[in-house]
Ligand binder design. Sequence first.
Ligand SMILES: C[S@@+](CC[C@H](N)C(=O)[O-])C[C@H]1O[C@@H](n2cnc3c(N)ncnc32)[C@H](O)[C@@H]1O
Length: 355
Amino acid sequence: MLTRQAHNVCPAQRDGGHAMQSDSNPSITMRHLIDGYQVSQAIHVAARLGIADLLADGGRSVDRLATGTGTHAPTLYRLLRALASIEVLREGNDGVFELTPLGQALRSDVEGSIADWAAFVGSPGYWQAWSGLLHSVRTGENAFQHIHGADVWSYRTNRPEESALFDRAMTALSRRSSAALIAAYDFGRFRTVVDVGGGTGALLAAILGAHPGLKGTLFDQPHVVAAAGAFMERAGVADRCRIVGGSFFEGVPEAADAYVLRAVIHDWEDVDAVRILTTVRKAMAADGRVLMLERIVAPPNEGRDAKFSDLNMLVAPGGRERTREELEALLGPAGLQAAGVIDAGGFAIVEALAR
Ligand SMILES: C[S@@+](CC[C@H](N)C(=O)[O-])C[C@H]1O[C@@H](n2cnc3c(N)ncnc32)[C@H](O)[C@@H]1O
């Protein structure tokens, strides 16, 4: 059973003191930024244990949560009270924990759930790769390759559990941006669309769901698309969706009207990005469109998401985020030309035609 000693300071008192200190003391604010890795790992563990789903219907005691997650109750308590100190959870005076509005985002069943991203971020291969950031900055080399002796894609091919965590994380991020992308761009003008490097198909399912006249092909590595059929069935679009496994360095399905590449080009340095676009250019219909969906690197001092995603690309797959001009510069060498750039929430849609 838990001791009561940790319940004698209410969250408001703790937070008030904490906030005042941080605001007036840069070294405390800096310390919290430095210790961000502890926050990441604590949230990751809560996500792996499914804590937020267990709290979906209301508060629970640590003992019940420990039983539900198969964990050591006194130690689970230490995790949960730390998460309550940063407002992910709320700890009641009766030793019961409940979700805060912030913590709700860790439920798997809510719109905009970020649970699968949290579950992936602390996974061994990815977490360890970030310890190679200093090596990357010193040498310009990819940290993942340096730490693991393999690139992310071959590493995951041999580790189905980590690969599935990554695919689910991509699906979670894709779902969060799909509505904005579909609202911003009229996919209904096409008859056929190929989602190149489309993961397990979240974006393509959303596009097909929004446009009943459209047919789609999901293209990704064979082990990634292996589970996509069931996903498309559940989304109710399986009868209009073909699933093809392969490598976009060798070829992609031919003669479609539109080729979508969401968060694919940023995984690669320019030489390989141009190779992928060249493969697509060779496959597409003469009047086809290529749609690169990417974050755009903002001017100085703005745009945290793209700039930290850029570090993530440096560390993990070995690519980069780009400015609009840098993305457009990839098109010419691949036999493409820019047709326009459309803002779609946190992403830009760079539309290209054959030259
Ligand atoms: C960052 S993920 C993006 C996934 C998806 N487009 C999304 O937005 O959720 C990049 C995708 O590229 C795929 N990929 C990597 N190398 C590939 C290759 N050689 N051929 C085909 N797909 C590949 C990965 O399997 C992964 O699904």
